[in-house]
Design a protein around this ligand. Sequence first.
Ligand SMILES: Cc1cc2nc3c(=O)[nH]c(=O)nc-3n(C[C@H](O)[C@H](O)[C@H](O)COP(=O)(O)OP(=O)(O)OC[C@H]3O[C@@H](n4cnc5c(N)ncnc54)[C@H](O)[C@@H]3O)c2cc1C
Length: 356
Amino acid sequence: MRFDAAIIGGGAAGNMTAWLLARRGYKIVVLEKKGSIGKEVCGGLVTHRVLEMSKTEAVLNEIKGAYVYFPDGREICIGGDKTHAYVIDRRKFDSELAEKAMAEGAVYKLKFAVKKISGDRIEGKEDIKFDYLIGADGALSKVAKQFDMGDIGYINAVQGEAKIHADENFVRVYINKSIAPGFFSWIIPDGEKARIGLGSSEKGLKKKIDDFAKMLKAEIKNVKGGIIPVGMRKFFRDNVALIGDAAGQVKATSGGGIYASLLAANILAENFPDFKKYEEEFMKKFGREIKKTILARKIFLKLGNEDFNYIANYIEKEIEIINKYGDIDYQAKVAKEVVKRHPAIAVYLLKKIIWP
Ligand SMILES: Cc1cc2nc3c(=O)[nH]c(=O)nc-3n(C[C@H](O)[C@H](O)[C@H](O)COP(=O)(O)OP(=O)(O)OC[C@H]3O[C@@H](n4cnc5c(N)ncnc54)[C@H](O)[C@@H]3O)c2cc1C
């Protein structure tokens, strides 16, 4: 069968794109290698923007703030005043989007692992022909590889579940090189359980999550691995586009990618099939923000526990500013406001980059 667009990957990015394109009258097929829709390893922490774009009913918990733990033992509470974020059931979220896409006429083919694309044909358990191809196939995108759309970096992550802090409205974040070198560790309460995980630029995540569990005195079950992309690939080449994790549309500071995926799907659908316009618009609306997080990550990787403690001093001093400007989706603004008030931080960080 021939389709206007074949979308490879039925995750947040692929399903949202399928929904919006099918709604505009395009003939769409989504090919998903798994037997069911829904990502398993994800914190599922999103803002109101994601709820508005997806019209999801998969919200499990509301998050009013965060306790951030620093290596010297300090606990700093951020927010607490109102709801800042939501925890979603990621399986339900992805499935809802797929159902919306199907209701608009998109065709779904599950257990369809795309192995080879030749010209305008996808070879798999059946032949699929397309005018346009959209790679929404995650961080390790086969589409990106086949069409030579750029190499990026990765953060390895693990996440499981435990009962601690499960019914609270605060996430907990540990910034500590001894626990999660090269990233951070987290506890995200979903109302019944807490999602406990960590990312790292180093190997040996099994031991790291076991150590974290010991520290928390928690029994973490159902631990699974995941990958967070760092850096953006080319968004398109001829009639092929990438979206979501495949394109690297993820904040390198937090690993959050759901908002960017949905935003990108909106921009792609609005401009389809002009992929150049899709790239330009996304870069204007969110690409610059992602670039800033990539720079912030480069700096973060040069820092040690003493530096985190030093920065904590300023966070404590500027809690009001952080509460005023803090936004999970747009993190650069709050960093800029704090540095504006304390240029000493910029000087300190600059020295770290030049003389680590
Ligand atoms: C541990 C962890 C925690 C996270 N927490 C958060 C969070 O709290 N908030 C947030 O916003 N983001 C979070 N993220 C990021 C978020 O999960 C991703 O950004 C998001 O899932 C991107 O969606 P996607 O559709 O691009 O990719 P995915 O959801 O990974 O979907 C890709 C799909 O493509 C399919 N696929 C791959 N290859 C093929 C193939 N060859 N043929 C057919 N199908 C294929 C896969 O099976 C998969 O279903 C987290 C990520 C990790 C790893």
